[in-house]
Design a protein around this ligand. Structure first.
Ligand code: R5P
Length: 256
């Protein structure tokens, strides 16, 4: 378990830049990931880990690529559905081991229609993962009607940790420190919808300052006008303690 986790969370900095490219599991060919192989190739050298589905791993990532793989193992409803919480575990532990994953991840939908089942799915996934020492990452998915505040996200993160998740992915929000305080496992933030590059770097900076161990970021990297610039800049924030201005300069330089 420790060995797998140390492949993702750098033992040197205690931090991680995970590159999330699993969006197609319910969104289909997401902007920026239409040609996934082409999109991720230049980014891989700057990421600590890829968060991806088994199908895209099989088809779009060279088997000789050294990057550690965190597998998205849940799915079900598409973006066409009103309620996205109707998820199941779709990829087995045997498959994750066969694919040499360093971890598996799934969403929980606290407050969603199928809240209870997604929490049970998480407990079950942890049961299956423990004998193989496979880290489990729980994602606190947010329904359209849920407030992205510390009270709600704190509830969801804590529930994930109580079920045995080894890492939690959630969103950054005001009073993020309170979420970190009440969740005893490492937290990474998702980037969410594409925002201005400087704002995204500020979000990463604030999350790290408030106790996140890193990011599992997607759209704010691969939908940027300079994806390589953005991942390099995020890397500098996360691993080198760069300020927002320093990181923004890295992005701008690469963009030019
Ligand atoms: C949702 O599709 C996945 O959990 C993503 O991996 C997660 O939301 C991170 O990606 P982004 O930074 O684009 O929100």
């Amino acid at each position: 378990m420790k060995n797998r986790l140390s492949k993702v969370i750098s033992p040197k900095t205690g931090k991680t830049v995970m590159l999330a490219v699993d969006h197609g599991y319910f969104q289909g060919p997401t902007t920026g990931l239409k040609e996934l192989k082409k999109a991720i190739e230049p980014l891989i050298p700057h990421a600590d880990c890829l968060f991806i589905t088994r199908g895209m791993l099989r088809n779009c990532v060279d088997a000789q690529t050294k990057i550690p793989i965190f597998l998205r193992v849940s799915g079900g409803p598409s973006v066409l559905k009103e309620d996205l919480s109707d998820e199941h575990i779709t990829t087995s532990m045997e498959e994750a081991l066969r694919l040499n994953a360093v971890g598996v991840g799934m969403s929980i939908f606290v407050g969603g229609e199928n809240e209870s089942r997604t929490i049970a799915n998480l407990g079950e996934l942890v049961n299956e993962a423990e004998p193989s020492n496979m880290p489990v990452l729980a994602i606190t998915a947010v329904g359209k009607e849920m407030a992205r505040d510390a009270r709600y996200l704190g509830l969801a993160c804590r529930m994930a940790a109580e079920q045995g998740a080894h890492i939690v992915k959630t969103y950054y929000c005001e009073n993020f420190k309170d979420i970190v305080k009440s969740c005893p496992v490492p937290i990474v933030i998702a980037g969410g919808k594409k925002i201005d590059e400087k704002d995204a770097l500020q979000m990463a900076r604030s999350a790290i300052d408030d106790g996140a161990v890193g990011v599992d970021m997607g759209r704010n990297i691969f939908q940027s006008d300079s994806p390589v610039g953005m991942i390099k800049a995020v890397n500098a924030v996360v691993h080198e303690n760069a300020s927002v201005d320093e990181a923004y300069q890295i992005y701008e330089k690469e963009k030019k």
